[in-house]
Design a protein around this ligand. Structure first.
Ligand code: UD1
Length: 421
């Protein structure tokens, strides 16, 4: 398993180009399962999670070919509406194949994802929604076995118990080929949901309301072909903003999207960073102070502060002036990074879903272990500041969601080395 060796203390400067969004690319690739035409996608990040979804799609008989950041999907050959445990267990988002496979084939067999490091993360809302659309669903030997009663799913009104991002996406995709109108209430408003809806619309789907909490989908007979570019990754953007802030750096982030990050930019500004967004050039510039100020955070669905930025901002609070309270409201076990940050000298107390972080002067290098994707990012950020050389183990988590992270950080002046076993 690869490790990352980071020598802290370098002030980041220069320019970093942001990649396509993982959390938009995954559902959009699954949208390729809905059409018998072709989908040419651009700005698809080269990540482990993307490779996993491409493997799953290829196993269904749909062909996916990749050339750098471009993926070409030909939906014609779909003959095996199955997503196997071997692939699904490595990535929860594989459940996003369920809605499209069921809608297109009238049947699907998709492994249940199982638990993960940040919480139980059930998929009951995906299943309940599809049942409401007329699917018969059984769980057998760890698989969701789904079948439509008639030839097609049937549009209906669905109100999810909680805001779920992939749940909304799964149901929205399934509804594209259902009979009649589907209304999803309490829908997730995340920008990635809008990006998926825009891609589906480009394929001929009839969707309105994406980006609000009520999405309406009018089912169509079939989808056509399209050419679409995946939105920039707002969480990667936020992570590099934090990396710059941690080191007192000044960097330019290009090829990004500025409006999706308001809540993160607001918090970083409260910490003392000066962030200027250039909407026309799709770039952000951050200039960070010598010493950050602590800031309280509470994660919640978009447009509030994203849970996917909680770990990175906790790292910043570790060396900030003051005491911060961080409340995690989305996932019950998303503080695994805190104990690793403490190995670097952070002062953090956890009580249920609240972390209290008392800023210390600086962190010191140690061996730490990545536990999930964003936790890994927080350890990288902490290591960029810590005195000495920090080894981060199990960075395969990082490779799931950050394209070329060593190259990008090295380009900004960080001292980062990957050590392969
Ligand atoms: C997506 C993102 C992930 C992000 C999360 C929250 C992708 C591929 N992943 O994950 O990076 O951290 O949104 O912004 O886009 N829940 C249920 N039953 C369900 C579905 C969800 O109880 O059927 C609960 C979850 O356990 C969690 C909450 O609802 O507590 C929100 O989860 P959800 O929005 O579904 O997260 P994901 O879509 O898995």
């Amino acid at each position: 398993m690869d490790k990352l060796l980071i020598t802290g203390g370098q002030r980041l400067s220069g320019e970093v180009k942001i990649s396509g969004a993982k959390n938009a690319a995954l559902p959009i690739l699954c949208a390729g399962l809905l059409t018998s035409g072709t989908l040419e996608l651009h700005n698809v990040p080269q990540l482990r999670d993307v490779n996993t979804i491409l493997k799953i799609i290829n196993e269904t008989g749909v062909t996916c070919t990749r050339d750098k950041d471009c993926v070409f999907i030909n939906g014609q050959g779909l003959n095996n509406p199955v997503a196997s445990y071997e692939l699904v267990k490595t990535m929860r988002a594989s459940i996003l194949t369920l809605g499209p496979l069921l809608a297109r084939c009238g049947e699907a067999k998709v492994s249940l994802p199982g638990g993960c490091a940040i919480g139980a993360r059930p998929v009951d809302q995906h299943i309940k929604g599809l049942q409401a659309m007329g699917a018969e669903i059984n769980i057998d030997k760890g698989y969701v076995i789904a079948k439509t009663k008639g030839k097609k799913l049937v549009g209906t009104r669905i109100c999810t118990d909680m805001v779920t991002v992939t749940g909304t996406e799964n149901l929205m995709m399934a509804a594209c080929l259902a009979e009649g109108e589907t209304i999803i209430e309490n829908a997730a408003r995340e920008p990635e949901v809008i990006d998926l809806a825009n891609c589906l619309i480009s394929l001929g789907a009839k969707i309105s309301g994406a980006g609000t909490d009520v999405i309406k989908i009018q089912g169509v007979e079939k989808l056509a072909s399209s050419n679409y570019s995946v939105m920039p990754d707002r969480i990667e953007t936020g992570t590099y903003l934090c990396a710059a802030a941690m080191t007192g750096g000044e960097i330019l982030l290009s090829n990004t999207i500025t409006w999706t990050l308001d809540s993160v930019i607001e918090k970083l500004s409260e910490m003392g960073c000066d962030i200027v967004s250039d909407v026309r050039n799709q770039s952000l510039r951050i200039k960070s102070p010598q010493k950050l100020k602590s800031v309280n955070l509470r994660t919640a669905p978009y447009p509030a502060f994203p849970t996917d930025m909680q770990a990175q901002c906790m790292a910043l609070n570790c060396i900030a002036d003051g005491v911060a309270t961080i409340k995690e409201t989305i996932f019950e076990n998303r503080f695994m990074h805190a104990v690793e940050l403490m190995r670097l000298g952070a002062n953090i107390a956890i009580d249920g879903n609240i972390a209290t972080v008392r800023g210390v002067e600086n962190l010191t290098a140690a061996k730490v272990m990545a536990t999930d994707l964003r936790a890994s990012a927080s350890l990288v950020i902490a290591a960029l500041k810590a005195e000495g050389s920090t080894t981060i183990e199990r960075i395969y988590h990082l490779d799931r969601g950050y394209e070329n992270i060593e190259e990008k950080l090295t380009g900004l002046g960080a001292i980062v080395k990957r050590i392969s076993d």
